[in-house]
Design a protein around this ligand. Structure first.
Ligand code: XIL
Length: 298
């Protein structure tokens, strides 16, 4: 195969990218994105501040730009994200307690209704765990009560029964980290109590502070053994080592329920961490050594 998406499809997987609506007029960008990838995540456009800028007033203009570009080009879409402490609109940041809890539920219902039956998966809850200690991150959502995550998932299942519901986080790649164990225990608890969850997204933003570790495969297989799909949702690797990229792909391929990989952007110049040159294409759109390494591993 000669593209990432086609190569991943050989084993029934997908290979995706984050798409930014502001770049859809850049033909160098869209040419690569359309050629190589078969799954799309909106980089920012489906987040809470973008889709509900005023309470109760939904705006899908830029989200639909990304969605329509993807579907018109034959790609599936992962929704990102419905409940998160970050990129909340100002009105939500100032809410608390039962008013915030209800606003979260209304937001999930409003956004999921717009895309009902049209998405592959939703990152229902993003980044709810603390960086150390294995417990929940303090946030306005967490302060509404520890059950906010399961309420989000139950609300999501009722809103669109056909879409896969994922929990997504960073620094849950290293199996030995407390944060990984905290999320693992939550997913195990949800599965045992029938809280609807279908998948875990490992963001996989690898850098010197949180490098790729060879226990990544153990993390993937351990989550999968709980009965959820696992997706690598926001992959980027500081310096883009070809060897490390191949290791990530091989770890996913080794686990049947690891069914897709998404890199967080197209070219290094598109990356949220462009100084790390962490992606598969350089700023001129040329394939980097990591690209060839990934293609060969798939
Ligand atoms: C990032 C985007 O790439 C940036 O453009 C934005 O300014 C901040 O958010 N984890 C996530 C993503 O789940 O939504 C984040 O995306 C990167 C970290």
């Amino acid at each position: 195969e000669t593209t990432l998406g086609a190569a991943a499809a050989q084993s029934g997987r997908y290979f995706g990218t984050a798409i930014n609506s502001g770049k859809l007029g850049d033909s160098a960008y869209t040419t690569i994105a359309n050629r190589e990838f078969n799954m799309v995540t909106a980089e920012n456009e489906m987040k809470i501040d973008a889709t509900e800028p005023q309470q109760g007033v939904f705006n899908f203009t830029n989200a639909d730009r990304v969605y329509n570009w993807a579907v018109q080009n034959g790609k599936r879409v992962r929704g990102h994200t419905l409940a998160w402490h970050s990129q909340q609109p100002g009105w939500m940041q100032s809410l608390s307690g039962s008013a915030l809890r209800q606003a979260m539920i209304n937001h999930i219902n409003g956004v999921m209704a717009h895309y009902k039956g049209q998405l592959y998966a939703w990152d229902v809850v993003n980044e709810a765990y603390a960086d150390s200690g294995g417990g929940r991150r303090d946030s306005n959502l967490q302060r509404t009560g520890n059950d906010w995550i399961e309420v989000a998932f139950r609300t999501a299942r009722a809103a669109d029964p056909g879409v896969k519901l994922c929990y997504n986080d960073y620094n849950i790649d290293n199996w030995t980290w407390e944060k990984t164990q905290g999320v693992y225990n939550m997913v195990r608890d949800f599965k045992s109590r029938g809280v609807p969850i279908d998948c875990v997204g490992l963001q996989a933003h690898f850098n010197s502070g949180s490098p790729y570790n060879s226990n990544f495969r153990t993390t993937i297989s351990s989550f999968a053994a709980l009965g959820v799909d696992v997706q690598i949702t926001e992959l980027d690797i500081q310096g883009a080592s070809a060897t490390t990229y191949a290791n990530v792909v091989n770890d996913c391929l080794a686990v049947a329920r690891c069914n897709g990989i998404t890199t967080w952007g197209v070219r290094d110049s598109d990356s949220w961490r462009s100084g790390d040159t962490p992606l598969l294409f350089d700023g001129n759109g040329n394939k980097k050594p990591a690209y060839t390494s990934v293609l060969n591993a798939l």
